[in-house]
Design a protein around this ligand. Sequence first.
Ligand code: PBG
Ligand code: ZN
Length: 320
Amino acid sequence: MIKRPRRLRKSQAIRDMVSETRLSPSMFVYPVFIREGKNIIEDIPSMPGQKRYSPDKLPLILERAAKNKIGGVLFFGIPEHKDETASSAWDDNGVIQQAIRISKKEFPDLTVIGDVCLCEYTSHGHCGIINHGIIENDPTLEILSRVAVSQARAGADIVAPSDMMDGHTAAIREALDAEKFQDTLIMSYAVKYASAFYGPFREAAGSAPAFGDRKTYQMDPRNVREALKESALDIEEGADIIIVKPGLPYLDVLRAVKESCNVPVASYSVSGEYAMMKAAAANGWLNEKNIALESAYSIARAGADIIISYYALDLAEWLA
Ligand code: PBG
Ligand code: ZN
């Protein structure tokens, strides 16, 4: 007798009924670039379809996010002024703080996540404070804590430290609690690889390092044990949610992290993944909607509870 598993594939309705993986807008997070200034919406050449907004123009895109009931928006700030200590990053009137206030005022129910890092704000483009050419881990923690507190003060629901300094989650948790922001969540980039897939982002955010690379603080793509160690430490330090990044090239890591921990896990499908899909689609080589959906299903199947993606709004609309 022939065994016939294909009966379960016989119609779209049945395939949907028995599918093991489901996507919903509430699991998507949409990254947004906000630059200082007024009345600005500008294209990002390496990320077709993505734009930089000045804070006053932000409601245009947030409205689409709110209407589609997506899980949240993740804000990256691009300041006018950069210096050695990233002072614009913790300015209560900084570009990201303005953006957070506008978002919470106009769309109170939309979850706002603030990126906590220094590379967009430092003159040298590194994620930490530099002394004699070396990234200084512990002095950076003090600055990151100030950034997180100022974002919480502006109304951020979640702060997301992407710097990869050791001990960042504990330092930020302590600083938030001391300022009575016990309810502000930390979504920590526990597992972030030194990846070439961040190229378009660095152009978008003007955050490429002026010298050297990020290999002393971001992880080696050849390793997975390190991911388990980093995520365990971050959870112990108080991370409420952890991020594994990039997305599609690291599904094995995502699965291993997911199985080893007890907090929600987010996968960040990064700028380079988006740029590849866009480029192939623009050439007519691949079907954009189908590859973007298949990528998202794959990330969810590998174990992601949350998917951070530049396709978040499109995905939500395609699924509707
Ligand atoms: C900076 C930061 C980067 C990304 C998010 N936060 C770039 C980097 O580490 O160089 C990459 C996101 C993307 O490529 O979409 N801390
Ligand atoms: Zn950084």
